[in-house]
Every structure is written in structure tokens, then in C-alpha cells.
Ligand binder design. Sequence first.
Ligand code: NZQ
Ligand code: ZN
Length: 387
Amino acid sequence: MNNFHFHNPVKILFGKGESSNFKDEIPVGSKVMILYGGGSIKKNGVYEKVQEQLKDYEVIEFSGIEPNPHYETLMKAVEIVREKGIDFLLAVGGGSVLDGTKFVSAAVHYPNGDPWNILSKGDIKSITNPLPIGAVLTLPATGSEMNGNSVITRSETKDKLGFGTPLVMPKFSVLDPTVISSLPERQVANGIVDAFVHVMEQYLTYPVNAPIQDRFAESILCTLIEEGPKVMNDSSDYEAAANFMWAATMALNGLISTGVPQDWSTHMIGHELTALHGIDHARTLAIVLPGVMQVMLQNKKDKLLQYGANVWNVTNGTEEVKVNTTIQKTVDFFESLGIKTRGSEYGITEATVDEICNRFEQRGVNALGEKGDLTIDNVRQILKMRL
Ligand code: NZQ
Ligand code: ZN
């Protein structure tokens, strides 16, 4: 196992009714901005519960944070925060609202010009006095509720870039699984696949004799495989929703990545597909991951065999047969959730493949994967194979 430092200070308030039970987490006298998306919270009762919790605070609302949150929209929130002297941010929504709120938090007192530098230049070290954040999560998927990551899109240039720092981790996150009952099936499926691929990015690399991390990872995958379809069939199934929600949080809160190599190439490539074609984040991952498994087989073979045996019970045949069966089982799982796994089914052509490779070349992104040996040629191979 590799060395690691692990510190996750996010307080989790988990369970039915917790969205009506968080007011003590916000410092008395705070001037609070509630940030939310396109209005789902006004249809499912979450908005009223949040209002009730904040009735003793001065509150300003900022709505309209879009899926794949836009820098342009968020900068409007930054202006209002500065102008009104807001000192606490409450994100109410899915990963996009949470990520957007993290950017606002980091941007408000950013001293080095345009806060886009945080993303484009990776200028984390200049972030000063980020505003404290609380979150009421309405969509299990990204793990944003318990990590310091944020992915932001600049619509003008179609760049979708991420940053990560403990400075923007929420002080607390409310995880009330009853919110899942209002999710469209498409978003439930997206959430299951996103969480699944988060685990794969931290697990499907090469062995470093870390059985705790491996077994945690496998348990999250098995839970998503068992509980995910139950939520798809009946989103008001509280037990299944609770297990799905906690699985998605555990998939990306830093625990399973301790002391092990990580990949993240599927996400890097997937973000380009969203930026250029507007495809839902999770769907891009379902396209790309099977290609990464095939093309990077030599790096990943030991873990692929372990994953096949422990998660899909694939134990018969030659190594080649087992690997192929395992990859096919993964694809079948995504498709069983109604997620298409071929680029052409989303209108992606070879022209997009070339464009993505050119963008990586311009940005100097040419050493992806757990060993830094996934080249731009490999990216081309992966995407062409998945058209
Ligand atoms: O905007 P509203 O009206 O709220 O509707 C949203 C949105 O249209 C809707 N929704 C959310 N909760 C709902 C609901 N509708 C009904 N009932 C509810 N309870 O769902 C739609 C999608 O929401 P969004 O927040 O975009 O989805 P998700 O949580 O999947 O977040 C995706 C974003 O997170 C980033 C992605 O790149 C993408 O931008 N990621 C963030 C990560 C992180 N911070 O660690 C890691 C991930 O890999 C990912 O990159
Ligand atoms: Zn993801």
C-alpha cells in the first residue's frame, strides 16, 4: 500500500427528515445565499423545508445554475455575494449546484484576476478566504457533497475543467434519501453509473496489496448493482434509495483512493464529450470506460480479473475469456439501466475524436492513467473503438 494522508471533515446528516433538521449547522447571524438549479426543488418540497430552516437568517437566493454549471452564470452569483456581503453559501441541488457553489466560494475573494485561472491554470494556491458552504443534496451521483472537487464549464470556449481543494469542502451535507423519489429515471440511471465509474477510476488500476480499499470498492460496486435497479423500479423505495445514496457518497469521498493508484482517464475523456456534445456526464463515462478497459488491458489485467471474480462472479475460462466477459458484463449493466454505451448513438463521429485529440494536444494532456502512459494515440483508439 502507498503512503497517504486522509482527512475528511464534512459532517453528514443522513436520513429521512434531515432536510428539516440542519439549521444549527449554520453560524447564527450569517448572511446566507441559497444557490439552486432550474427549479426542481420548488416542485418536490425541498425548497419549503430549506426556507423553514433559514427563517431566522437573512437570506438571498440565486437560482438558475444549469447542469454542467457555467462559469458565466456563477460569476453573476460571485458579484451578488460581493455586493451583499454574503458570508455563508447553501447549495441545494445535485452535483452541478454543489460544484457551482464551490467555485463561487473560491472565486469571491480570489486575488489574482479572473477566477477562471483557478481552473485553467490550476491556481489553487491563491484561493484566500473561501466562503463556508453547506449542502442539501438532491441527486446521489457525484460525491460532491463530501469532497473538495468542482467541475465547471465555460460555455464561450466549450471548456469543461475541474479543480480540487479541501478549502471548498462543505462544512455539512444533508443526505435525505426521500429526495430521490422526485428524480426522473434518467437522472437515477446517471447517478448509478457515475458513482460506479468513480469507484472504477480508483480501483481498476494495478494491485498494491490494499485489501481494505479493494474490498470497500467492491462492496460499493456490488451495492450499486443490487440497489440501483431497485431504485430504478421504484424511486420511493426508501431502503434502496438510502443504500444508493450512501454508496454514491462513499464512492468519491477520498476513502477508497487512500494509498492506491488512481486512473481518471475515463473522466478526462468524458468531460470533452460533454463539453462538445452536451451529453450527460454519466453517459460519457459509459461510452468511454469499456474502451479504457480494452486499450489499457496490460496495465489493468490483474485488477480486471479480480473485479470480474469478486463483483461479477466471472471465474471460468482463460484469462482472455474472463476479461472479455467482465467487460461485457459492465456494458450490459449500464445498458440495463437504459444508458447507451456507443458514441454513434449520441451523434459522435470521427470528427469529434480528432477534435478531442487536438484539444488534449494543445493543453499538453498526454500522460493520462494510473501510470501516466495513456497517450493521445490511446485516446484516439479508445474513442474510435467506442463509436
Ligand atoms: O436544476 P434542477 O431543476 O435542480 O434539476 C436537476 C438537473 O436538471 C435535476 N434534479 C436534481 N435533483 C432532483 C432533480 N430533479 C428532480 N428531483 C430531484 N431531487 O437533475 C438534473 C441534473 O442535475 P445535475 O446536478 O447536473 O446532476 P449531477 O448530480 O449528475 O451532477 C453532474 C455534474 O457534476 C460534475 C459533472 O461533471 C457535472 O457537471 N461532477 C462532479 C464531481 C465532483 N464534484 O466530485 C465528480 C463527477 O465526476 C462529476 O464530474
Ligand atoms: Zn463522475
